[in-house]
Design a protein around this ligand. Sequence first.
Ligand code: ADP
Ligand code: MG
Length: 711
Amino acid sequence: MAADECNIRVVARFRPLNDSEERAGSKSVVKFPADQDETVLISGKVYVFDKVFRPDSTQEKVYNEAAKEIVKDVLSGYNGTIFAYGQTSSGKTHTMEGVMNSNDHQGIIPRIVQDIFNHIYTLDANLQFQIKISYFEIYLDKIRDLLDVSKTNLAVHEDKNRVPYVKGVTERFVSSPDEVFEIMEEGKNNRHIAVTNMNEHSSRSHSVFLIHVKQENVENEKKLTGKLYLVDLAGSEKVSKTGAEGQVLDEAKNINKSLSALGNVISALADGTKSHVPYRDSKLTRILQESLGGNARTTIIICCSPASYNESETKSTLEFGKRAKCIKNSVTVNEELTAEEWKRRWEKEREKVARLKGQLSRAEMELERWRRGETVTKDEQISLNDTDETLSTTQSMISLSTVTSSVLSPAASVVGTVLTVVNPILGLDTRSLNVDEWEKERSALYQQLDEKDDEINNLAQALERFKSQTNEQDELFNQSRKDNENLQAELNRLQQESESAKEEVKEVLQALEELAVNYDQKTQEVETKSKENETLAIELDTKLSSLNGIREELESLREASQQHRKRFLDMVLVLLRDVGDIGTIMGGQMNEQKKPTIENLDQADEEFTLARLYLNKLKTEARSIIARLSELELEKVDHQKGIGLKDKELDEAHLLIQQHEAKMRSMLESIKELEEKKRVLEQTQDSLNEELVKLRAQVFDWFPALSKMTT
Ligand code: ADP
Ligand code: MG
């Protein structure tokens, strides 16, 4: 089976300017020459790729021209790889995944899945297919299974053909595109678990989607396998531009480490002179080992922003693509040959070897003759056709050796190839023996390598554990140290506080002592004072009692004075009233004059003036009264004379009255006598009536019939 040499295909895709670039006033710095869809110019520099997709290229166009072919390759037993490289936001995920359920916007992966199944449905019924899906991500150089979140640090091993693979990664058998899409969805959801910032995370991790196709022809038992790696790489931007710090910086460095490992691998392969390719520097390059310089048809999609702001990133991305374009892969079909097929091929090769041996001995003989100075005629010389056959045979031997040993390490495969070529030439039949030995040694070495890989993985995991333990311990230690420091500070503070408290206590004690002394003095003072106080109190008592006596005296004096005053007032009042009465008695002008009174002692003076005025008036009035009195005396004498006459008349009337009275008295007596007589007569009438009643009752007793008649 011939190994085809083929270059890695590199295509570049430019996305349109995005909103933030437009807002920032960024302009497009890329130019696409008309009618040349392999060329792009950036600031005058020309880059040529297998294809250049312009910003307006549709998802369908990108798929058809950059990825579609891979489907047929994988179904024909070739390995394939498509990976998207570029800075964050350059369109890698858009290109690889796009919008899953949109016909127009879905990316390469869903289209490939759909196409694989479409192809299978149209293929020969004798072909049986087995399709397995794995989905994992590489973050900080750890492989995390996206279909089983418990697998967080998977190891990379090499199979018997020295092809690296992720050991223990989940493989899901699928039978329809929908199943694949569900798995993708599941993987993406798992990717979100335990991640706080998905944008940041996805820009710092590589996601790998692996489709493994196995087919068997049930008729001739021919088996083909093809592995297709679809990789969405982490953002390729430089750390400085993202302004990362601390943990983020560590991550970025680590991601950059895997991306720089990728760059180194690509540089080493592009250089072609370097014997060592540093695949083992990162898990990413280990996994992509077959895709870069190995047995795989590889397409790199370089994703770029056209904006002036991203010009330097875009340029370094394009440089990466340019280097990658030089890498040559040698691809063969992964065919599992049956024993029959192997035998047939072996026979064929043995015949060829026998023929070659014959040709070689004839050539040696000719050479011998030339060396001896003989001339060999044209007819006797070995024909060119024979040489061609020899060459083609040699080539086929090489390819056979490549197929049988699949992939030996570059050096080993060269030795193997040389052996298989040289041995028949030398006529030694040690081939089968050597191959066996090689095979044994190789598998032993592989086993050792696997063991070492496991060991490395275990050690790495242990290291990881130790690291996290150390971190924890460190944290604890730091925490303890901090606590300790805090406690120390606290202790110091407390000590200081205690010192100052001691001082304070001392001061307080001193103050207390002073206070005690003071107190003693004060108590003594107080005692003397209280004694003084007591005597003073006694004195005060006596003073008080004398004061009380004085007060009482004063009170009684006050009362007496009050009474005197009252009496005096009363007297004055009586006097004034008398004066008033005299005024009234005297009548005349005095009646019109206000009578003097004393109601208020304070106004006594005023009242007295009024009283004196009143008295003056009274004097003049009295004088006029006396004058009148003498007049009246004279009148009185006259009247008395008249009165004497009248008295005589009155005496005579009195006598008459007395006579009449005596007459009345005797008449009253005779009335009394008459009444007495009347009373006696009434009494006798009553007794007579009683007697009558008695007599009547006697009569009726005697004559009852008489009583009836009367009734
Ligand atoms: P990356 O995966 O490289 O970080 P994305 O694929 O997530 O970048 O792209 C960033 C943004 O740009 C997304 O919103 C995406 O839809 C948009 N985008 C990328 N490429 C294109 C394109 N060719 N056409 C239209 N929009 C695009
Ligand atoms: Mg992305």
